[in-house]
Design a protein around this ligand. Structure first.
Ligand code: PBG
Length: 334
């Protein structure tokens, strides 16, 4: 019997295109590049200080001088943007997050220094009160409730002071209603019509933020964030939030967390022509690091597979603590 007759006659054999590495590369649909990465960084007061965050191995809070070195490193790896988060000393916290719009505050000083030392690095700043709030909530607290409109007024001041310091993009992560429109108006009235808004549009009330709250000592002092962040069970509501933020003037919309919300990233990508960002959050980072430390998974492969899944789902931009590590693994982007 000739060998050919032993074969099934199949018109389609998908394995033909998986046979060699060259063929696989040719039909690859999704390519992660360093241009997709935004590196979230933590800054604290002091000089020559760095503290590793226990629940986030290899991620540090840096004093400004050392942060500038870290950011210069990131720039050398081809990373285009950082997202800045501050550790605010307890004595500077209050209910209204007043320190958030101090023109000489830690964030404002840090933005200026980055823009002076590494001007090509895009600086994205967090607009929210939690790092500045005695209660660790994203808004002003009254009788156990989080006030919306009063909070938005402070957020506008915060965003303007960040723009004044030189931020390229402000990123409201607070989930108050109407904040994107108010911030757009406030920035425009102050002459900052070129400063963009990356809206945390579909931000879920997630347990994956735990390590981040360790990093900033910003865990809520009572209750949780379910009256403003979204219910993880909801998907159509994400479209509603995105639609509102776009109508109010968002330049980029974001889904957060990323890994447990790939379906949401996919839906939003279908819905809008705006760039879509995804936040590969602290808990997602911690899970990979913990399993890798145990030797239970191949760290590099898992990181690449995870971030590629976010890109495949539709993310144009990914905020990730793996940014530097990944930049080292990827082919240099044009
Ligand atoms: C708060 C904020 C949070 C994160 C970014 N901005 C935490 C929260 O909402 O409690 C989480 C990021 C992460 O977990 O990596 N405005």
């Amino acid at each position: 019997m000739s060998s050919t007759t032993e074969h099934l006659s199949l018109l389609h054999r998908p394995r033909r295109l998986r046979r060699t590495a060259s063929l696989r590369r040719m039909v690859r649909e999704t390519q992660l590049t360093v241009n997709d990465l935004i590196y979230p960084v933590f800054v604290m007061e002091g000089e020559n200080q760095q503290e590793e965050i226990p629940s986030m191995p290899e991620i540090y809070r840096y004093s400004l001088d050392l942060l500038l070195k870290e950011i210069a490193d990131a720039a050398n790896l081809g990373i285009n943007a950082v997202a800045l988060f501050p550790l605010i000393p307890t004595e500077k916290k209050d209910n209204a997050g007043t320190e958030s719009h101090n023109p000489d505050g830690l964030v404002q000083r840090t933005i200026k220094a980055i823009k002076q030392e590494i001007p090509e690095m895009a600086v994205i700043t967090d607009v929210a009160l939690d790092p500045f709030s005695t209660y660790g909530h994203d808004g002003i607290v009254k009788d156990g409730k989080i006030l919306n409109d009063e909070t938005v007024e402070v957020l506008v001041k915060q965003a303007i002071s960040q723009a004044e310091a030189g931020a390229d993009i402000v990123a409201p992560s607070d989930m108050m209603d109407g904040r994107v429109g108010a911030i757009r108006q406030g920035l425009d009235d102050a002459g900052y019509f070129d400063v963009g808004i990356l809206a945390y549009s579909a931000k879920y009330a997630s347990a994956y933020y735990g390590p981040f709250r360790d990093a900033l000592e910003s865990a809520p002092q009572f209750g949780d964030k379910q009256t403003y962040q979204m219910n993880p069970a909801n998907s159509r509501e994400a479209i509603k939030e995105v639609a509102l933020d776009i109508a109010e003037g968002a330049d980029i919309v974001m889904v957060k967390p990323a890994l447990a919300y790939l379906d949401i990233i996919g839906r939003i990508k279908e819905y809008t022509n705006l760039p879509v960002a995804a936040y590969n959050v602290s808990g997602e980072y911690a899970m990979v690091k913990a399993a890798a430390e145990q030797g239970w998974i191949d760290e590099k492969q898992v990181i690449l597979e995870t971030l590629t899944s976010m890109k495949r789902a539709g993310a144009d931009l990914i905020l990730t603590y793996f940014a530097k590590q990944v930049a080292l693994m990827l082919p240099k982007a044009p």
